[in-house]
Every structure is written in structure tokens, then in C-alpha cells.
Design a protein around this ligand. Sequence first.
Ligand SMILES: O=C(O)CCC(=O)C(=O)O
Length: 268
Amino acid sequence: MKEQFNKDGYIIIKNFFNKEEIALIYTEARKLFAIQIERVLGKKVDINNKDEFEQAMFDFFEADFTTFVNTGKQVQHLISLHRLGTDPKIVDLLKSIGYDFPIIGVRPAMQFNSRYLSKGGSHWKLGAHQDWRTGQGSLDSIVMWFPLVDCGEALGSLQILPASHKDGLLKADTSGYLGSIQEDLPEEQYVQTEFEVGDLLVFSAFLVHRSGENITKNIRWSVQLRYNNIAEGTFQERGFPMPYIYKPEADLVTPNFPEKQHLETVFA
Ligand SMILES: O=C(O)CCC(=O)C(=O)O
């Protein structure tokens, strides 16, 4: 496995996760959205009726963008998602690819990609990029990507350039998530990935990859987990850089809230 990973810069492991553990994350994410869909749109949605639920997601996005974004942020904090990211199976996998001392690179990220969940049409899919530019961790930084639903070309599954991890850090237009590579890339060498629920893609943070084109009316639900190797020499020498910024709002998000009586009710 390590040999293939080092050569190609990625591996796809079929049935790595139990379908049930993935289903739990997917269910909890939809439940969070369903709570706010009911509050904002005034209607109960069946999270298992895919088309009805996803249409309600689009309506919610249009009706109250701020709450939609906040709900999307809460979803990133699901305990089921974080538990999966620290599963011993993942640690063993990292060790089998050569990590002596794995550490979490950044919080897990869940995406729900659809052109109907995008303002201005740009950030529902990412152009060709290398994740190392955002993470800046160990040279053997690893990204794990998996969908919460069966996912192939039509749903815009990830496209990767095999062995591009050895090309170094390529020039990109910004260092942010939307930064895309400005150097010529061999279009014909992209590999279109395909997954069933439970499958896992593991790739080097230097591997060039991009979102596919979701041509369906459905949402592409996916997760990314990122790890660094504390034992990697240049990471230690550079003083363990941490370029992700995580900070609270300076002001109260809900002005004049709470009042004393709210707390009396909570702690009655
Ligand atoms: O899931 C996607 O379409 C893109 C995710 C990705 O490439 C990333 O966040 O690095």
C-alpha cells in the first residue's frame, strides 16, 4: 500500500468504512438542516425523501442564507464526524503509509456541493489545486476524501492527476481554497474517481485534484479529513506552522441575548 501511495500519490480503499457509520453522519447532517428548514420554511421535510429534502435545501438556501451558512457550519461539528476522524482504523492506515506520529491537520470538513447551493456560481466546485498550499503542514500531509452517498462522474466526484504529488508546489493564483493552479496541466491525464458509500480516497496534499462537474439536481455530500506527521523533519524545523484561523466573533451574534429569564428557564 505504501509503495503504491508513494508512486501514484493516492490510493482508493474499497469498503474502508462501515456503511452504517457513514449513514449516521449523513443522517445527522440532514437532521440539522431539517430543523432549520422547518423553522425557516415552516414545513417538515422527510430527510429520507432525497428529492423532496434536497429541494427544501435549495429553498432554505434562497430563503435565509445566513441561517443556511450557520447550519452548514454546525454540521462541521457533528460528534459522529469527529469520531470517525479519530477512529483507530484511520490511525493504523496513516501508520501503514509511513506516519510515525499522526496529528490532525485541521477540523474535518463536510461539503454539500450543488450549483443550487451557490451564490454567483463559483464556489460549489474547486479548480485544480494542491491542498498543501492551505495546510502547509508536514511534507507527507495526507487528505482523506469520501462521499456520504454513492458518487461518480455525474455527481461531480473528485478528479485527480496521478503522480502529480512529485511535481512540487505549483504556482497558484491565491493561497485560499479557491486558488487554482496557474501552470499547464495535462488535461488527458486526469482520473475520474468513483465511490460507493464506505470507500475512501487517501491522497498526498501535493496531489493535484479538482472537483468534477455535478450535472445532477442532487447534492454531492462529501467529507475531507486532513492529517500531518509530527515526525516529519521539515515540519519540526519550521516550528509546526498552523495557517488555519479559528476565532470567535467580536460582537454578540444575537444582540441583547440572553436575558436573565432565559437562564432561569434553562436551569429551573
Ligand atoms: O470535494 C471537492 O469537490 C473538492 C474538495 C477539495 O478538493 C479540497 O477541499 O481540497
